[in-house]
Write a protein that binds this ligand. Sequence first.
Ligand code: GLU
Length: 483
Amino acid sequence: MCGIVGYVGPRDAVPVILEGLRRLEYRGYDSAGLAVVQGGRLERRRAAGKLSNLEQSLRAEPLEGAFGVGHTRWATHGRPSEENAHPHQDCQGRVVVVHNGIIENYLALKQRLVSAGHRLVTQTDTEVVAHLVESHLDGPGSLEGAVRKAMQEIEGIYALVLLDRDEPQRLVGARQGPPLVVGLGQGEHFLASDIPALLPYTREFLFLDDGEVVSVSPDGVRLTDAAGVPVQRSPQRITWDPVQAEKGGYRHFMLKEIHEQPRAVRDTLLGRIGLEDGEVHLEELGAAADELRRARRVLLLACGTSWHAALVGKFLLEQVSGVPAEVDYGSEFRYRTPIVNEHTLAVAISQSGETADTLAAFREAKEKGALPVAICNVQGSMLTREALGTLPTHAGPEIGVASTKAFTSQIVALALLALHLGRLRGSLSRERCRELLQQLARVPHGMENALLASAHIDELCKPLARASGFLFLGRGINYPIAL
Ligand code: GLU
């Protein structure tokens, strides 16, 4: 994983890129770098280690730029060093690229490029992209076409952002796998791996799909599919508050996010609990809401933390709604012969809505006729676009790599779905549903009380911190929590 930021517009690109990278540092922190163009000159600055090393170098010798790209790296190919840090450039120092992902056929491409006279100087897989694009460049204005040609030769997964020194105020982005978002401003535009990087500047976002290419200048954003055909996609407005993506006085993001759980869960329940009518209101599922009736079986598809939420979900669904539920690991689903038909409700769970394996499993279930529903924290993400209906969690941005509020919000969303299915199928009486909804409505308050005990938890942790191992025990609904 790594973080990418790009900027075109009237501001100095350097502070915008640095601010964005700071907000993406959780995605990679073994080295960082940026490249900007000022007055037709391309300047690159990179540093091994944390982003603060790059910032220090820029303080000592400042740079300015009219447009540029930046990267915070988590190495897959080539050790974390200044030389291997992104952005990487071509022979002429005309094209630079930042990359998230892996170029699988980089060795073959490298050999070919070297025999054609290119000088490659790093151990990374990424560098071949700069040289491939160079080999396809014509005069100014040819960057997008060159990127498109390079994409036909690259095998692997990538989010890429490139610039050409000779094509002022233009960035070209491409996606095949890892996420890439466009932030829309007034007379300025941004590219990034993740929404929080751009929240200080905009709330309007455009999400790229696999195979798409985007060409961005201060006055326009042109999105095209793999064949170069223009794609019309409405921007999504993100309601997250930029302050939510800051540490707000906590020592680190995870601690802040632990404390945000009551709020996240309350927001996820908001407007969905009918305490008077004893019903769950999931009208936002749209067309999927009516079709839920046909579900005779639920297939929960997820990876990582969301997979653990799915295990809790299985328990809730079977107990509350009486529908058989199975949990599949996104990455495994495709490699067997899953039994799916039009009576299968496929629920994909993902915080970002961009988890590649979950998406692939979801598509397969969809192809086999399942009713596709998503539980997701990012409206407009790829998963929500693939789903017939989405039950959004309202956790807000989660920066901590160990999931907290996104996880508990997913469980609450699954509880709502279980209750709703129970009512639809008639397996859950209105009275019992009302009772359970009342309990659910008290969860945020219960979480607040639990968090009040955090000083006590700190005390408990002190002796435990020295333990050499732990054994977690849990049964039933607590079994996935123990896992
Ligand atoms: N494969 C690239 C590298 O090792 C990018 C890794 C990343 O996504 O951070 O430099």
